[in-house]
Design a protein around this ligand. Sequence first.
Ligand SMILES: C[S@@+](CC[C@H](N)C(=O)[O-])C[C@H]1O[C@@H](n2cnc3c(N)ncnc32)[C@H](O)[C@@H]1O
Length: 290
Amino acid sequence: MTDTILHQPVLLQKTINALKITPGEAYLDCTLGSAGHAVEIIKKGGKLFGLDVDPAAIKRAKARLEKIPNAYFRLKTLNFSQLKLAAQSWKLTSVAGILLDLGLSSEQLADTARGFSFMTAAPLDMRADPNLTVTAADLINGLTKKELNDLFKKLGQEQYSLAIANGIVRTRREKRISSTLELAQLVARVKPRRGKLHPATKVFQALRIVVNDELNNLKAVLPQAVDLLKPGGRLVVISFHSLEDRIIKHFIKNNQSLTNLTKKPIQPTQSEIANNPRARSAKLRIAQKI
Ligand SMILES: C[S@@+](CC[C@H](N)C(=O)[O-])C[C@H]1O[C@@H](n2cnc3c(N)ncnc32)[C@H](O)[C@@H]1O
């Protein structure tokens, strides 16, 4: 781990505007990451309460936030599915804004030991929380062909799910599949390459979602966030794929305590995407507590 910050916060100004920071008010950043958004919340005078499931992220964020003069912040390593527990421990009963910037930071993707990227050789791990016990390698080597097919189809929206599941089952008869590159090359062999996307992108997305239980964590945090918002407080969520965006959109639409402020999600401009390709699939949704 280095002190150099790689992660460029996505939709930074629009997110900060959406949170409508009032000096002295409390804001919860549930996905602290490298503190890109948190720094701006603090600079605008907000009191920052930050969570991340990854202890390395908390350490990096703390080092960064400590450099801001007169910053008020409290940090905790915890899954945001336990948001209320975190709030209780900070004696917070209501806050003016809550941010979720889902997915992973550039530091996590670049950390070759973590196995999130199909571009570098690493153990097939993908746990954002090092205390989790099941890795991506366990799933690849342990699930049945049908389970692998379902996983890639449903969570990766992968058209070639069956061919990939077949390829995995064939290969692992010979030896355990344990590295990111082995899996990425296997997928590339059975699936035609189309467009700019690496053939393994969707398979890696599906594995990451399951290893970290991402969709269930999202479903768990949203109602807790609404309960913690004060009237007029803002819920601001940035998602990076349609499975997440669908959950957020329906939650906001069906929640009677929220006003939907983004009928259509806010997306990055072409120039932001050119500067920060990670932003390309970002969607920002904003809701206000009634
Ligand atoms: C996209 S990054 C956030 C980047 C941050 N906004 C910034 O600008 O530096 C997402 C972060 O959320 C964390 N995360 C993902 N799922 C989480 C969960 N269920 N609970 C807590 N943190 C989570 C990841 O570990 C990662 O550090």
